[in-house]
Design a protein around this ligand. Structure first.
Ligand SMILES: [Zn+2]
Length: 70
């Protein structure tokens, strides 16, 4: 099954943070405090339309939106 148009767009977002309207949060955010002063956060999302999974990361060294293909 292919991904929906909204997810297609979402996967191309590089620096903008907002999830599209059919993405719901999965689980609690994962907080990483590590070595950087501020740390960063990861949150998993699931699309209600096409069931694609995304991870959103606030790590500046990481891609903001990562699409996980099943
Ligand atoms: Zn989708």
């Amino acid at each position: 099954m292919g991904i929906c148009a909204l997810c297609e767009k979402q996967s191309k977002k590089v620096r903008t943070g907002k999830p599209h309207e059919n993405l719901i949060k999965v689980d609690e955010p994962r907080i990483f405090t590590g070595t950087t002063p501020s740390g960063f956060k990861e949150q998993d999302y699931l699309c209600l339309t096409c069931e694609s999974k995304f991870s959103h990361s606030t790590n500046k060294n990481d891609v903001t939106w990562t699409l996980w293909r099943g």
